[in-house]
Design a protein around this ligand. Sequence first.
Ligand code: MD3
Ligand code: FE
Length: 200
Amino acid sequence: MTVLRIRDFEIHSGYFAPDAQAKLVADLRDCLGQAPLVQPVTSRGAPMSVRMSAAGTYGWISDRKGYRYERQHPSGVPWPPIPSALLEMWQALVPGARAPECCLINWYDDAAKMGMHQDKHEADLSQPVVSVSLGDEGLFRMGNETRGGRTESVWLRSGDVVVMAGSARRAYHGIDRIRPNSSTLLPKGGRINLTLRVVT
Ligand code: MD3
Ligand code: FE
């Protein structure tokens, strides 16, 4: 395990060992059995390339009505609880923070990407966000608190954890591309990204 700091982004490469990654995938399979992945659309009706679900008190939803946090999956069921290994990781890495209220689950196929954006619809931006990458590698781009300017990119590999605190919490960021077949963790390939957030 090594820690790389790029500005206020703290990258813990190899935080989860392969056996812990496999256990997380099994936990997520249970979560997704209760709250299946959905392909969100933007308020203008454009499908996003990433498929999403969530665990915890709140999940993030985007549909024709716009985007927001909701207490239920679109099917009407409550989100499943956040797997305990993730809560333990949060406690270990950001012990002073409030408890996470959402674990967003993003699934990327070979062609999926996520454009540069900020996450600022949570009420308390002093709270950190912690992300976990599983499966195929993804090229993570880190920007600035305002759009544009210099960016830095890093390949996130299966088991890596990124802590976004301080200025990184408000920074633009995105995933430019996935490296297909770069991991054998997920039988059907692809990349899973989990982000733990405080919402209220
Ligand atoms: C910086 N996810 O879910 S993880 C997202 O890999 C998101 O799926 C990407 O951007 C992914 O919103 C990037 C790193 C990340 C996640 C959330 C952040 C960086 C962040 C929130 C605020 C600032
Ligand atoms: Fe984001």
